[in-house]
Design a protein around this ligand. Structure first.
Ligand code: AMP
Ligand code: TRP
Length: 328
């Protein structure tokens, strides 16, 4: 059975971009893979976080994982910081990553742009992600398009380690959705939909109310035409909405085009809003049940135990290969 690992930062509300790019695939992969899904709190603190907000956002992610359909008895659901091996292998991977590689990372460039002071952790963030993945000998890493570069780095560092110290780590493959690898903002189709955008109208959060969802979609930017046609180059806004629609319904792009042939954007946007509401309303009700049940601590304990059991021997082997004296 192949191993799958992924994580999301507890640094804000999750959006339908996170759902389509990542969580939807987590749910699909858990059936026939050994899965590890975490909230990466050690990554979140690479930019300043308010302690109470960090905690709330972490609980929110874990409850959303379960509400979205990840079964804690199948997949390990855990906090990155609960499995200490992440921090330890993270340090080791920092020593094996080149400054030049880190300087080329676009996420670092984006997040540090215009900031007066930037913590060193933001710079070495990708080395910790390398460790997250290699620690489980993950075969597949479900992610959105924006994480491809970090996955390439992971592959390079895994090769580097294996060449220098002997075959130790699995070289992972990215698992990126064909449609929806990069969901764009509702107000600007040149920008990725992101939970950190200051304009809430630019994204749909998984916990937005049905009325918020309807309002945001009715205001979503389109072009001045009226043809519902998939053409990302010439019709980026409509194509983005169509990609979202296909992910929230059983319709293909062709079927969506046929359905709205000659109808303009109004009916299309209305139906899209209802398709999203139909998926998110039950998810939100499960979310509330999980938050109220007090089950999160138990889920995290079980997840961390399973994750540590897998990670510890892999870390021990890597340290031994590097020449560390094994602890008695
Ligand atoms: P983040 O919110 O940056 O921690 O991202 C968590 C996961 O969601 C990563 O795998 C991202 O690639 C994915 N993701 C985030 N935003 C989007 C988006 N707009 N479209 C597709 N995937 C996304
Ligand atoms: N860097 C990822 C993001 O911003 C989050 C992440 C951390 C991750 N560790 C990971 C994703 C390991 C996949 C696998 O979205």
């Amino acid at each position: 059975m192949k191993t799958v690992l992924s994580g999301i930062q507890p640094s804000g509300k999750l959006t339908i971009g996170n759902y389509i790019g990542a969580i939807k695939n987590y749910v699909a992969l858990q059936k026939d893979h050994d899965c590890y899904f975490m909230a990466v709190d050690l990554h979140a603190i690479t930019v300043p976080q308010d302690p109470a907000a960090l905690r709330e956002q972490a609980e929110m992610i874990i409850a959303l994982y379960v509400a979205a359909g990840i079964d804690p008895d199948k997949a390990a659901i855990f906090m990155q910081s609960h499995v200490r091996a992440h921090a330890e292998l993270g340090w080791i991977m920092t020593t094996l990553t080149y400054m030049g590689e880190l300087e080329r990372m676009t996420q670092f460039k984006d997040k540090s742009a215009g900031k007066e002071s930037v913590g060193a952790g933001l710079f070495v963030y990708p080395s910790l992600q390398v460790a997250d993945i290699l620690l489980y000998n993950a075969d597949l890493v479900p992610i959105g398009e924006d994480q491809k570069q970090h996955l390439e780095l992971t592959r390079d560092v895994a090769h580097r380690f294996n060449t220098r110290f002997g075959d130790t780590f699995t070289v992972p493959e990215p698992y990126i959705p064909e449609l929806g690898a990069r969901i764009m903002s509702l107000d600007d189709a040149t920008k990725k939909m992101s939970k950190s955008n200051p304009n809430p109208g630019s994204y749909i959060a998984l916990l937005d109310s049905p009325d918020e969802i309807r309002k945001k979609l009715s205001r979503a930017v389109t072009d001045s035409g009226r043809e519902v046609r998939y053409d990302p180059v010439n019709k980026p806004e409509v194509s983005n909405l169509m990609g979202i629609y296909a992910n929230f319904s059983d319709l293909t792009l062709k079927e969506i085009e046929a359905k709205y042939d000659g109808q303009g954007y109004g009916a299309f946007k209305k139906d899209l809003a209802e398709a999203i509401v139909a998926k998110l309303e039950p998810l939100q009700s499960r979310y509330r049940d999980i938050r109220e049940s007090g089950d999160i601590a138990r889920i995290l304990k079980q997840g961390a135990e399973k994750a540590a059991a897998k990670a510890e021997p892999i870390l021990a082997l890597a340290k031994e290969r590097m020449g560390f004296i094994p602890s008695a």
